[in-house]
Design a protein. Structure first.
Length: 217
């Protein structure tokens, strides 16, 4: 500092220098405080960003935890559904096995029934044919018997007619003529048989048909 002769001026200059030093010190202090404040603000900003990031992370973590819980519930539900499906599949397989065994048994039963029905039908058809043959034979014997009876009656009627024609007495002729006329007007058993057959629609063949058949045989 330059030498000043005036003591007052020197005192003032010294005072000013002291003030300047204090101002410089204070400025340095303020600069340091500003720097510290900047650091604090940066720290606070970083802290705020960190807090916000942490909050976001907490939200994400919470969302992920909820998603994990939902997925765990879904997995448990799927496991339960899979267990139920396995159980149902096992039951269905058992049912299928039972149905297959029943089908095999039913197939055997059907085969047995078919064989039984075929045997019954064959026995029935043979029995029906045998019955028809026996009935035909019985009808044929009955018709032969009727034909023989009719032949005998025809011969008897012819003999009576010839005997009545040989009588020459007038009274006897009249009486015998009336008798003969009544005999001729009276239908023969053969005519009664044919008339009844045509009226009732009997399935028995006519005598002449059996005569033809018998001649062919």
């Amino acid at each position: 500092m330059p030498h000043v002769s005036d003591p007052s001026v020197a005192s003032e200059i010294q005072t000013i220098c002291c003030l300047m030093e204090k101002l410089l010190e204070r400025e340095d202090g303020l600069r340091q405080e500003v720097e510290e404040l900047k650091f604090q603000m940066e720290d606070q900003f970083s802290h705020k960003q960190t807090c916000d990031h942490c909050a976001d992370l907490r939200t994400v973590v919470t969302r992920l935890e909820n998603k994990i819980l939902h997925q765990e519930f879904t997995v448990s539900s799927l496991v339960e559904c899979q267990w139920l499906l396995d159980r149902d599949l096992t039951l269905e397989r058992q049912k299928v096995g039972g149905l297959e065994s029943r089908l095999a048994d039913q197939y055997l039963v059907n085969e047995s029934l078919l064989r039984a029905v075929t045997q019954v039908e064959s026995n029935r058809s043979s029995w029906d044919i045998q019955h028809v043959l026996l009935e035909n034979e019985r009808q044929r014997e009955s018709i032969y018997t009727l034909l023989s009876t009719l032949d005998v009656k025809d011969v008897t009627i012819q003999c009576l007619q010839m005997a009545l024609q040989d009588i020459s007495s007038d009274s006897c002729e009249t009486n015998d003529g009336n008798t003969l006329q009544s005999e001729l007007e009276c239908p023969s058993p053969k005519d009664d048989f044919l008339t009844n057959e045509s009226r009732h629609g009997s399935s028995t063949p006519r005598p002449y048909q059996y005569d033809r058949v018998s001649h062919r045989e």
